[in-house]
Design a protein around this ligand. Structure first.
Ligand SMILES: NC(=O)c1ccc[n+]([C@@H]2O[C@H](COP(=O)([O-])OP(=O)(O)OC[C@H]3O[C@@H](n4cnc5c(N)ncnc54)[C@H](OP(=O)(O)O)[C@@H]3O)[C@@H](O)[C@H]2O)c1
Length: 231
């Protein structure tokens, strides 16, 4: 396993949900963390934590956040793409606004960040990218075609990063949970809240993915809170 101490990891979507649980877990484990947020409310201050504005729909915002991380810590060894949305875009919807937003936040945002940090991940020799995708990136289980399209694309991006970064020691993993007890599932009744996967348990998995050695990596990690046939 890699040593977490002083490894610098950027986490997007860090103010809430899975991203926030990840920041807390990584800080407790000894990482240095750069948290990308649109609103820093609720994040505790910590000498090992940089909190910086990041909006997944804005390239300058991504550039600023990466620049601020390098200015503060001098390196980046990990990136966790946790920011995401699940606005609804059905196949038959004529208005493409939701589809465009899903694509911008769930796909272009992560891809831009990877493009910006890949040279730094390669420079350290054992860089890691964790993309928080979804089981919706593995199968289509409801009418939100746009969300599934974006998550299938994020899984594809993960494999593209593996190919491009492998020789430089960069490893990428797609984390694919089902229902997680966060704001995103506030309206879900299909699974009782206490039976959903907890964000802290995903944070534990993300920490492990960040620390696995380069010859024992996981390309896709499917996480179930209920029985799904074949996944
Ligand atoms: N919850 C689930 O059941 C579930 C299951 C599978 C996969 N996932 C995926 O897990 C990831 C995290 O979701 P979550 O459950 O933690 O949801 P959440 O509690 O709703 O948090 C979403 C996070 O994404 C951030 N975000 C949204 N739009 C953004 C933008 N334009 N720029 C930057 N940040 C933005 C939010 O920031 P603000 O606080 O500023 O809004 C928030 O921090 C998402 O990619 C989601 O698709 C979730």
């Amino acid at each position: 396993m890699l040593d977490p101490t002083d490894r610098v990891v950027m986490v997007s979507g860090a103010a809430r949900g899975i991203g926030r649980a990840t920041v807390e877990r990584l800080l407790a484990a000894g990482f240095l963390v750069s948290a990308g947020v649109r609103d820093a409310r609720g994040l505790r201050s910590d000498t090992r934590l940089l909190v910086h504005r990041y909006d997944a729909e804005s390239l300058p915002s991504a550039q600023d956040w990466v620049g601020a991380t390098l200015a503060r810590f001098g390196r980046v060894q990990g990136l966790v793409n946790g920011a995401g949305i699940n606005t609804i875009a059905r196949v038959t919807d004529e208005d493409e606004t939701a589809l465009d937003q899903l694509w911008a936040v769930n796909v272009k945002g992560p891809m831009r960040l990877v493009r910006l940090v890949l040279p730094h991940l390669a420079a350290c020799g054992d860089g890691r990218v964790i993309n928080v995708a979804s089981l919706s990136g593995k199968r289509v289980a409801n009418e939100n075609a746009g969300y599934a399209l974006s998550k299938f694309a994020l899984v594809a991006l993960t494999h593209a990063i593996r190919r491009e970064g492998w020789s430089a020691g960069v490893r990428a993993s797609a984390l694919c949970p089902g229902f997680v007890a966060t704001d995103m599932t506030a309206g879900v009744t299909a699974v009782p809240r206490q039976d959903m996967t907890q964000p802290a348990d995903l944070a534990r998995l993300i920490e492990t993915l960040l620390l696995l050695p380069s010859n024992a990596v996981v390309s896709e990690l499917l996480v179930n809170c209920r029985l799904e046939t074949m996944l």
